[in-house]
Structure formats: C-alpha cells, structure tokens
Design a protein around this ligand. Structure first.
Ligand code: 0A1
Ligand code: ZN
Length: 883
C-alpha cells in the first residue's frame, strides 16, 4: 500500500500519522501523537542461519494484548526492505496479513498469540551499515534507532521490551566466534557448522539487540562488582590488534568502578563483551552486554594513537558502559526522549573523564565542542529543543543539541542542587523507573523530588531551542556593586517567541589590589532582567561570570581589556581564566574582522594580548595541559558564531595575523617553553601529555611567524618522535607549509603506516584540514587515491569532514568547497544515507555567511534537493536547511 494514502493507524504507531502527499515528502512524526503500542511482546526467540551473502532469520514472537492501550484488531510489525518468506500464527500458516509500505500488518483475533516469521537478508549488500551487515568478513549488527526492522518484522519502537533467546549457526571456519546479548547458554557442532545459543534475561527494546559472528580474538579480564560478583570482560578484535586493546580494557574497568562509586550503579550480567568493527556509522553502541565499537574508540598504542585518541577511547568506553543503567535498564519511551539517555550519559562520561584526568581541561574541551558544534546548530536552520517535537528521520536527531546541550541542561540541575542532592535525585530516578521506558519528564520529576528542587520553570530548557544570550553589566557606587543581568532567547525555526529560562550563573567579584575574592556565589537569573547587589566594595570589583561554564549560554559584557588581562592571570577558576583569554583574543579578532579597528587600537589590543599570553607562557603555577588551553586561539567557527554575518576569509586572515604577531613578539618565551617541554620523556601521565601539547602549539605559532624555523623544528620533531602525538603534531604543521620537508614526511608517514586504517585516516585528515593554500586540490587528488572508499564511514569522514570543518577551505570564494561537499552528498546518499546526511549542516549555515557565498551555498542545497531520488535522511536535512 502506498504510504501517501495510509491513515493514522489505530495501533498507536505515530510513524504513519502525518503521511505526506508528495512522493518525495516523507511523513512527519510528532511527539504529541505518542500512544502506547497495542501489544506487548514479552518473549522473542530468533534463529539465525548465518551467511555473508544470505542470512535466514526465523523469529518467534510471543504477543499479548496491552491492556493499557486501545484494543486493535491488528498488529503492525515494522519492516525495512524485507519480504515475508513464511508467516505462521500459533503454528498455522497465516493468511491474514497485508503489507503497508514496508510494514507487515497482521490481523490477530485473540489476546495471546505466537507469531513465527521467516525473512532472508543479505548482509554483504548492506552498505547502509544498519541492521545486519558485513564488515571485513565478519557479521555484525547496528539496530539503534530503527535497524532491527531490517533484520525481521517487529514493533521496532523503544517502548516494546522483550527478553531474547537467540540461536545462531554458521560455518565454523568463517565465523569461529558467535556472540549475542546476555549469556551464552549452549553451544554445539554440526559438520562444518557450529551454533551457539544466547539468552538475555533483561527485557530490552529491539534497538539494543546485537549479534556478532567472525574470526576474532579477545583480551580477557574480569571485574568484581561492589557486591562481590565476578564479571568476565572481553575486548574482541581482529588477530593482530590485540596489543592495542590494553587501554580499552583498563578504561572499562575504571568505568565500572567509577559508576559504582559515583552513581551507585552495579553491572548486572556475568559477562560484558566489547567488539571493535572498522565499518561503523557512529562512535559505538551500547547493546546490552555486547557493546559494538568503531575501532577508532578501541585500538591504541603510543606509536599509532595520539593523546586525544587515548582520551576519546576512555570517554567512549565510559559512555557506552554507563548506558547500561542510563539507557538500557531505563530506556526511552519514544525517540523524542533520546536526550533522556544521551544527555544524561554524556554528562556521566564527562564527569568520569574529569575524574580520570585534568578536570578543568576536560571542562574546557567539552565547552569547546559545545560552542564549536552545538551553538552553530542552535543558531541555524536545524535548531531544535533537546527534546524535539517532530522529526521525519530520527537518525538526524543524534545531534550535539540532544547529546551535548542535553548534558549541559542536566549539569545545571546538578549545579543548582549540589552534588549530594543531585545524587539523591538520580538514585530516585534509577529506583523509580528501573525496567521502564521513561520520559524526560520522568527524569526531571525524579530530580525535583529526590533533590528537593523546584524545576517547574526549568523545564523550559527541554522545550525551547536556541542559545540564550545574557547581557551583564556591573555598576559600582558607594560601597555597592550592582550586577544587572538581562536574558534573550533568540527565535528558532517554529519558535518565534520564547519565555525567560532559569540560568544558574556562578560568579565571583575580585578585589583588584589583592587579586582575591570573598567566595563564589550562585545567582539564578529567572526573569528577563534582574539586578543583584553586593555590598562592601570600596572599589569597583572585577567580575568573573559563568565560572566553570555553569550555564550553556553566551555572555555579552563590555569588560575593559585590563579586566580580562587581570582575570587571565589571576582568576582561581581555570575555566574563567581560559574564558578571559578567549574573550581578550576573540574581542580583538571580531573587531578586526569587522573593520572597526583603528591602527592604534589594533596595536594596543595586540600588546595586551601579548602581555597576557607572555604571562601564561612563564606562569609556574600552571601545568602544561592547562597552559596549552590558555595558548589556544578561539576557533574560526566560534569567531564566526559571534558575528551576525561572517566572512570566513577575513576571519582566517586576522586569526593567522594574530598568531604571527604573537609568534614574533614572544619568540624567545615560546622557544624556551619548547626546549623545556622537549625534555619530557613519553608517558601517559598528565605532565608528559601537557609537554606534548605545548610543543605542537609552539610549532603552530612558529608556522605563522617564521615558517622556515617552523619547518626545521617540525621536521626534527617528526623524525625523532617516539609517539603519534608528536609525530602527528609535527606533520600537521608541515602539511600547511610548502616545502621539501612537507612532501618527504607525508610520504614517510604513508609508507610507515600503510595498511593501518586508523592511521591512514589521520593522513587523509591532515591534508584535508591543512593551512596549505592548495588544500582543495589535495582533497580532489585524495578522492582518487586507491585507499579512499565511500564504503567506509571513517575514511569518508577523514577526508570530507576534515575538509568541511576547515572554514577557509570549505568557504573558498569560488564556491568549489560547496560543490565538492554537494557532490559527495549526492554520491554517498544511495550508499550510506545516514553518513551522507551528516554533511548537510555545513551547507545549511548559509544565512550566517556573507551574501555572495550564501547564494552559492543555497545553490548547492537546491541542487541536492532536485535529485530524483533522495534518502529520507538527506531530504529532511536539505529541506530544513533551505527553510
Ligand atoms: N547510542 C549510541 C549512538 C548510536 C546511535 C545510532 C547509531 O546508529 C548507527 C549508532 C550509535 C551512543 O550514544 O553511543
Ligand atoms: Zn550514548
């Protein structure tokens, strides 16, 4: 049946609700249309006869009427590209069914039935990497959000929870290892074939189902839980990769311990498996007891992984593990509630990483991601609340807003409650909703009740999109300092006017003479405008505001530069110190780009920045990791975000000019820092990591100010590197400078690591994001490189995300960057729509770019929109972007 003529279905599946009338236009699913499913499916049994080309799936579903839902004569089982090979109801062939689009709708007379459904699928032909697919000769699954329906017909929605018993069989030589969720309950052999049976005792939605079959080896270990239960741990990889799994395993054990200590959460199975696969659309997936990971977030050794890679692995392993409670034990009622599990789990992984390494630096990194990715999302055509109201393709809502802003919103609750009361709130949430498919509202209510907070108005953070802007003004008269705060939440698509939200701001007022303050205070701005008075200040204090980035907002204040220099040197909150440096440099750069800056003003601003930076370089109270943060210039995208309409070329020029100025002005200090840092031997401790970070930053300043010296230093660093952080840092600098050293070291890097996919990804990325003026030509040439393939998402991202994320290339004045990304989207869409759609947002920023380029960006979006056949993923993103 044609989707376009399907009415809203009585069995509560909102997916068909607003079916579209044009062939191209997919249905819009609305949060307000949620109704419970008409049936429960307490038990599922599945048999897989595995083959790369053909896998036969026999699923038996025990279905019972859901007494809490409206009675319906049919059951809708979602499918995607499947055909029914056999269908039985209660042991008899069933004729009472029809296909509705891709879905199977079966008429069921009674209240309890057993449905047996046979499907056949071809994993090798599955280039979308959703459902069951082949990767490097192994078989694996990805079911979130709606991949299970590509395996068998099923109510593929997160509020249908079932226990699964799975039997899998296949050729032993090809698939010696057979894994599934839960515990292995039986195994056996039959000639060339073998089989394994798995049972997962925890009821789960279909998106948490996973199966893996292949030739894998494991690093094994164990963890004893707080109640003394021994859990077997395995990290499964291909033969040859075992040596690179130690960090992943250690990260897993640290995550398990941390979750017990910090949130009181204990693991609940006797086995925890992690499998690394090289073809994967995202970072990793929290399937119950069988996490599947992108190899990028498992494999590491000093020779091939940077410090950033090590941190990424620890963070993602933590994230997936923490989902066992925030996501699996308590899952989402529907996909609009995605932030319930993702926002909370991101917060949990952020806090974990803070505790494992440098807390201030981790906080700064997280804020950088928020500002670099989420703020632009929130101020563009794809803006949506952390709990969206509608979607057409849910894959498009795995966004920085749902994940990262979602985490910030929960972090604000934690800040307002304090750690202890917040913990009481999360304890109550886990207790109250264990085993349920819950909503964001359930979470907020639990925190409200458990922590004793009034979150009535705070709920607006879930429904209103857009980054609030707070204007802060500090007046002083007599003995009183008065802080006037005003908030404005900008309009976003579908939300023209907004209500004021509660914004918790940590502040401190510094005495200029002593450089100290009387203690941090938390003020909550919950009106459009409010004033807070502070007595006992004979002199006007210096305001430090939004310390630790207590609220995900932008602050507008006209702080004198001398105050920023003061805070950059003296603020005892490392984040606020970083912020003062960013503001000092950002304020200057924004003024310079807008052409508002007179020559004298430029000289004065540069001198203040150099003074502040000079102090940072020699400050002995700073560790190098933090020093590196203070040395980092605001990113091009963050600068663009602060302008109504940006000219990316001018931003790039001014940013490079400031780097060059500082490189010259502080040459000796930079070199002294480099010489000191160079002496630190390699280890993973924080001091050694800090030394590597500042070394490469010094090279970057040198590249702008004295390229010949930078080439010499970088080539030396490259040649003598005993780790990937140093080698990649040096190559990054060399790649931007035309020289014999550039050519030689790029070739050396390729030859050294040929065959190691993750390192070759770095080789592609470095060239695509380099400062080299011919980067566009390099990307075109790399597209033709024999190692490039559209089939592997890591490889596609390594070339094209790196390119699209480098504004001065992507926004090339002739529009070539836009054309290249549009070409990519059109070519990739039929192969892997989920990954293709992720390249649309950079083009969607056209409203914030100067008019000539904006027209060319639109033109490319229109070209994509006019394609005869587009996936739902890409179609939705392009339509919203054209808006
Ligand atoms: N839940 C996962 C993210 C994820 C989402 C969709 C996927 O489909 C390809 C894969 C993974 C997480 O938050 O880690
Ligand atoms: Zn997640």
């Amino acid at each position: 049946m044609d989707i376009a003529r399907t009415p809203a279905t009585p069995d509560g599946n909102p997916e068909m609700a607003d079916a579209a009338t044009e062939p191209h236009k997919p249905a819009i699913i609305k949060r307000e249309d949620y109704t419970p499913f008409g049936w429960v499916v307490p038990e599922v049994q599945i048999e897989f006869e595995l083959g790369l080309e053909l896998t036969r799936v026999v699923a038996t579903l025990k279905v019972e009427r859901n007494t809490a839902a409206e009675r319906t004569p049919t059951i809708r089982l979602n499918g995607d590209g499947l055909t029914v090979r056999e269908l039985q109801c209660d042991g008899e062939t069933c004729e009472g069914y029809m296909m509705d689009g891709d879905d199977l709708v079966v008429t069921l007379p009674g209240d309890n039935h057993a449905l047996r459904i046979v499907t056949e699928i071809s994993p090798a032909a599955n280039s979308q990497l959703m459902g069951l697919y082949a990767s490097n000769g192994m078989l694996c699954t990805q079911c979130e959000a709606e991949g299970f329906r590509r395996i068998t017909f099923f109510p593929d929605r997160p509020d249908v929870l079932s226990t699964y018993t799975v039997r899998m069989s296949g050729p032993k030589a090809q698939f010696p290892i057979l894994l599934c969720n839960g515990n292995r309950t039986a195994t056996g052999e039959q000639g060339e074939n073998h089989w394994a049976e798995w049972h997962d005792p925890w009821p789960k939605p279909s998106y948490l189902f996973a199966l893996v079959a292949g030739d894998l080896v494991a690093r094994s270990d164990s963890f004893t839980t707080m109640n003394g239960r021994k859990v077997e741990l395995n990290v499964w990889v291909r033969d040859g990769d075992l040596e690179r799994t130690e960090h992943a395993m250690e990260s897993l054990k640290r995550s398990m311990k941390w979750d017990e200590e910090t949130f009181g959460r204990e693991y609940d199975l006797d086995l925890f498996n992690i499998v690394a696969v090289s073809d994967f659309n995202m970072g990793a997936m929290e399937n119950k007891g069988l996490n599947v990971f992108n190899t990028k977030y498992v494999l590491a050794d000093p020779e091939t992984a940077t410090d950033g890679d090590y941190d990424g692995i620890e963070g993602v392993i933590g994230h997936e593990y923490f989902h066992n409670w925030s996501g699996n034990r308590i899952t989402c009622r529907d996909w609009f509630q995605l932030s319930l599990k993702e926002g909370f789990t991101v917060l949990r992984d952020q806090l974990f990483s803070q505790d494992m390494g440098s807390a201030p630096v981790k906080r700064i990194e997280d804020v950088r991601v928020l500002r670099g990715v989420q703020f632009p999302e929130d101020s563009g055509p794809l803006a949506h609340p952390i709990r969206p109201d509608s979607y057409s393709e849910i894959n498009n809502f795995y966004t920085a807003t749902v994940y990262n802003k979602g985490a910030e919103v929960i972090r604000m609750m934690r800040t307002m409650a304090g750690e202890e009361r917040f913990r009481a709130g999360t304890d109550l949430y886990f207790d109250r909703h264990d085993g349920e498919a819950a909503t964001c509202e359930d979470f907020v209510k639990s925190i409200e009740d458990g922590a004793g907070l009034d979150l009535e108005q705070f709920r607006l953070w879930y429904s209103q999109a857009g980054t609030p802007k707070v204007t802060a003004k500090l007046d002083h008269s007599g003995e009183t300092a008065k802080l006037t705060l005003k908030q404005h939440v900008p309009p976003t698509p579908g939300q023209d006017s907004k209500r004021p939200m509660p914004i918790p701001l940590k502040i401190a007022l510094f005495d200029r003479a002593s450089g100290t303050h009387r203690g941090e205070e938390l003020v909550v701005l919950d009106k459009a405008e409010d004033t807070f008075a502070f007595d006992g200040f004979a002199e006007a204090p210096v305001l430090s505001i939004n310390r630790t980035f207590s609220a995900p907002i932008t602050i507008e204040r006209s702080a004198p530069r001398e105050d920023l220099v003061f805070l950059a040197a003296k603020d005892d909150d490392p984040f606020a110190r970083y912020e003062a440096m960013q503001e000092l440099m950002g304020g200057h750069l924004v003024a310079a780009v807008s052409g508002e800056l007179g020559e004298n003003e430029r000289i004065a601003a540069q001198a203040d920045i150099a003074r502040a930076m000079g102090a940072v370089l020699v400050d002995e109270s700073l560790d190098d990791l933090m020093r590196g943060e203070l040395m980092t210039l605001p990113s091009q995208s963050y600068l663009a975000e602060q302008m109504l309409v940006a000219d990316p070329t001018r931003i790039h020029e001014e940013r490079e000019a400031l780097k060059a100025f500082l490189g010259k002005e502080l040459r000796d200090e930079f070199h002294a820092l480099y010489d000191r840092a160079e002496k630190a031997p390699y280890s993973l401790d924080l001091a050694s990591r800090g030394a590597r970070k500042v070394k490469t930053l010094v090279l970057a300043f040198a590249a702008a100010s004295d390229p010949a010296k930078a080439v010499e230093l970088a080539a030396h660093q490259y040649d003598n590197a005993d780790n990937m952080t140093d080698r990649q840092g040096a190559l990054m600098v060399l790649t931007g400078i035309d020289s014999a050293e550039r050519t030689g070291r790029l070739l050396d890097f390729y030859n050294r690591y040929e065959g190691n996919a993750l390192v070759i990804d770095k080789w592609f990325s470095l060239q695509a994001s380099s400062l080299h003026p011919n980067a566009i030509e390099h990307v075109k040439a790399l597209r033709e490189h024999p190692d490039f393939t559209l089939k592997n998402p890591n490889r596609v991202r390594s070339l094209y995300m790196a390119f699209a994320g480098t504004p001065h290339h992507f926004h090339s004045p002739d529009g070539e960057g836009y054309r290249m990304i549009a070409d990519l989207i059109l070519e990739l869409d039929p192969i892997n729509p989920q990954t293709a759609a992720r390249f649309v947002p950079p083009l969607g920023r056209w409203r914030r770019i100067e008019p000539k380029r904006a027209a060319m960006m639109r033109e490319q979006l229109e070209r994509i929109a006019a394609a005869p056949k587009l996936s739902r993923d890409t179609f939705e993103q392009v339509t919203r972007s054209l808006g």
